[in-house]
Design a protein around this ligand. Structure first.
Ligand code: MN
Length: 737
């Protein structure tokens, strides 16, 4: 081992001891020894011994102020991936906590970015989601920072890829965690690679003016210091030129030249108390003229990521504007190290579990108020606390799935053809059951074959996403129509027999037709097929058949009676009869089968009349229905009978279906408005559909259940008053209007 390395680790340990007397320096040294041994003989791209990298990463972690385990994990972070010293060994030697940190960092290292823009946000979310422990993210940031410092040794294309990835994923995460020092450095390092010319322009510009700036800043520091000393305010003052990427961004986003940018220079005053912050502000404004509108109080209203400070821009000597930032020491630590600082100050790190740590981050993020932060809050909520899982394809694309998703879901998310040809799956390189639940960061390869038989029906029970379910159903619908018909018929026939409905179904064309109509099938094969692929359940069909068969049987019985009555007419009209189940009393016929005519859908309150049909009992019409035409020539005259509503029944609050036609100015949402209105009125809606007419008008047909004319009128008035409705009317004949 080289002497400089030895010095470097000694120096690191010295610093840890100074910073945190309770740190376990023995453990840190042991971790270093292990890492040095594990990486023995390995070289970095620039020819240096590999161990320099983990030590540098550990240095950054120490600077952040993290705990012993994090420092150890920093030293060991490349072991699992690159050396023979694996998880077990780390766990045995340094405990589960260190092993899990290293493992977490290794997993984040598998993150591959894809150049598609929309992937970045997913990647950032995934990054957060994968790290179950915030320290993993901090260590990974340290790792990336040191790598970024040595980007120049990578091949050129790799430089750009890595720089872009860093700019789009790592820097924003550092920003959101409030770690501005790391964020700035990452951004400047990346800018140098992504836009070397733009970068150089700024560097040159700053250099040309450096003497002027330096002189200028020295002078300012002096005069402020003098003033504060007079006032007896203890302070620490520093001045600097802002970092390059922030100048770059201002130049490009505001189309300005360097000379037009305010506040290239910044002065920072650090004091002991919040009260002093405001005092200093007063003195500064005495000394220099503030630019109106440039004062920002981030102390009373912290930035989303927790940043606190007073900012003001003032005019200095020669009319050069500069920014002054005033804050306390603690705010300063927060500003530089963000979450890491908070971590250290607010939590006795070693004592807290991750859960608590995360709940703290959540609080921090929830306290963030501006919109920029909103997405991130959403993201972090979703990711840390619920229901999304991010997995990789072998190509490195990220796929975002609901938690609990299986390889089958993934296959169909990629493409239905992939799903339909799927024969198995590999998760992280190993064959996995196709119903296994995917975890964040899993690399999932879908195995396919042209000879695959297609999805299995069992998959419908396994998949988690509607997309996959629909695609599987579709496949069965398309690919196996013949099989589906056979299977569907078999299933249905078996159940019909079991329920003694077989003959009732097949021997009456009307029963079949009504059943098909109910579910909108054109042919019986269509229904078989749907049963076969699971587009409709057996129970649904069976229930309908049961209803129909029962209805037809009752109808037949009653018709017999009704026809007897009709054939011996002109008894004394006899008004009151026994109650009828259906709510209508028919003159001269007891409790017969009643059907409300579809053409006029009568409801209690309407004047009604009945027609004795052949086979369907008595059909009830409104007296003003267009189909009620009783005249001398009508050979069916004798079939018309007087009817009344059964008053008792109305009290029992039965509901009756009736049809409405609503004319609208075709306006998006009018259908929805009406649906809402009906729902609010607690009206059962049997059918509601809309179609467009010419000239931008539309028609909505609704079939609703009401207690009678009074309720209906009330509802019609409300519909009429809905925006976009031209007219509402009851339908009085089948043909509509
Ligand atoms: Mn590394």
């Amino acid at each position: 081992m080289s002497a400089p390395m030895k010095n470097r680790i000694d120096f690191l340990i010295e610093r840890v001891e100074k910073q945190n007397p309770s740190a376990n320096v023995k453990k840190i040294r042991a971790a270093y020894e292990c890492a040095a041994q594990a990486h023995e003989g390995q070289k970095r791209r620039n020819g240096e011994p590999y161990i320099i990298h983990p030590v540098a990463v550990a240095e950054i972690i120490v600077e952040m102020g993290l705990d012993t385990d994090s420092i150890c994990a920093g030293l060991l972070h490349d072991c699992i991936e690159d050396t023979a010293f694996g998880y077990r060994e780390i766990e045995n030697k340094f405990g589960t906590s260190v092993a899990e940190l290293v493992d977490g960092v290794t997993r984040l290292g598998m993150l591959r970015y894809s150049k598609e823009q929309e992937q970045f946000e997913d990647l950032r979310k995934m990054f957060m989601a994968m790290a179950k422990d915030i320290r993993v993210i901090l260590i990974k940031l340290a790792d990336r920072l040191h790598n970024a410092r040595t980007f120049q040794y990578l091949p050129e294309r790799k430089q750009r890829d890595k720089a872009l990835e860093t700019m789009e994923i790592y820097a924003p995460i550092a920003h959101r965690l409030g770690m501005s020092r790391i964020k700035w450095e990452l951004e400047d390092l990346c800018l140098r690679i992504l836009d070397p010319i733009g970068y150089q322009e700024i560097v040159d510009g700053l250099e040309q003016q450096s003497e002027r700036y330096e002189d200028f800043l020295d002078h300012i520091k002096e005069s402020i210091s003098l003033k504060l000393n007079e006032a007896g305010i203890r302070h620490d003052i520093s001045a600097r030129v802002k970092h390059i990427y922030s100048i770059y961004r201002k130049m490009y986003s505001q189309h300005k030249t360097m000379n037009e940018i305010y506040d290239i220079c910044a002065v920072r005053v650090i004091v002991d108390t919040v009260a002093d912050c405001y005092n200093v502000l007063g003195y500064v404004h005495d000394l220099y003229k503030p630019i109106p509108g440039r004062f920002k109080d981030y102390i009373s209203t912290p930035k989303p990521n927790g940043y606190q400070s007073l900012h003001t821009t003032v005019i200095g000597r020669d009319g050069i504007p500069f920014e002054i930032q005033i804050r306390t020491e603690e705010m300063h630590k927060m500003a530089e190290y963000g979450v890491a600082a908070h971590w250290k100050y607010k939590q006795g790190l070693d004592k807290v579990g991750n859960e608590q740590a995360f709940s703290w981050i959540r609080q921090l993020l929830e306290a963030q108020q501006d919109t920029e932060a909103e997405d991130f809050i959403k993201a972090i909520k979703v990711d840390l606390f619920a229901d999304e899982v991010f997995v990789f394809t072998p190509k490195g694309d990220v796929v975002n799935m609901p938690a609990g998703a299986t390889p089958i879901d993934l296959a169909y998310a990629i493409h239905s053809a992939v799903g339909n040809r799927m024969t198995g799956a590999k998760v992280n390189g190993r064959i996995a059951p196709i119903d296994s639940q995917l975890k964040n960061g899993d690399i999932v390869e879908i195995l396919t074959s042209k000879e695959a038989h297609g999805p299995s029906r069992d998959w419908l029970k396994i998949v988690r996403t509607t997309e996959a379910r629909n695609k599987i159903k579709q496949w069965f619908k398309k690919e196996c129509r013949e099989e589906n018909i056979i299977k569907g018929k078999e299933d249905l026939d078996r159940e019909l027999r079991a329920n003694l409905l077989y003959n009732g179904f097949y021997e009456n064309e009307e029963v079949i037709q009504n059943t098909l109509n109910k579910f909108s099938y054109q042919t019986i094969d269509e229904m078989y097929a749907a049963l076969g692929y699971g587009g409709i359940t057996l129970t649904k069909v069976l229930n309908k058949v049961k209803d129909e068969v029962g209805r037809v049987r009752r109808a037949a019985e009653r018709l017999e009676k009704a026809e007897q009555m009709a054939n011996q007419p002109q008894q004394q009209p006899q008004k009151k009869n026994k109650h009828s189940e259906s709510g209508v009393i028919v003159e001269g016929i007891d409790n017969c089968l009643i059907k409300f005519a579809r053409c006029c859908t009568p409801i209690p309150g309407d004047d009604i009349i009945g027609f004795i049909t052949r086979g369907y009992g008595v059909s009830i019409h409104r007296r003003d229905c267009v189909n009620v035409r009783i005249n001398e020539e009508d050979k069916d005259r004798s079939r018309w009978v007087n009817c009344w509503w059964d008053e008792d029944l109305l009290e029992r609050n039965n509901k009756f279906s009736t049809a409405l036609q609503i004319s609208t100015r075709s306006r998006t949402g009018v259908l929805a408005d009406i649906a809402v209105l009906l729902a609010q009125a607690k009206v059962n809606v049997r059918d509601l559909n809309a179609r467009d007419l010419e000239d931008g008008y539309g028609v909505i047909n609704a079939v609703i259940d009401v207690s009678g004319v009074r309720q209906l009128k009330h509802i019609m008035t409300r519909i009429k008053n809905t925006k976009g409705v031209v007219d509402v009317a009851r339908i009085t004949s089948d043909g509509g209007r």
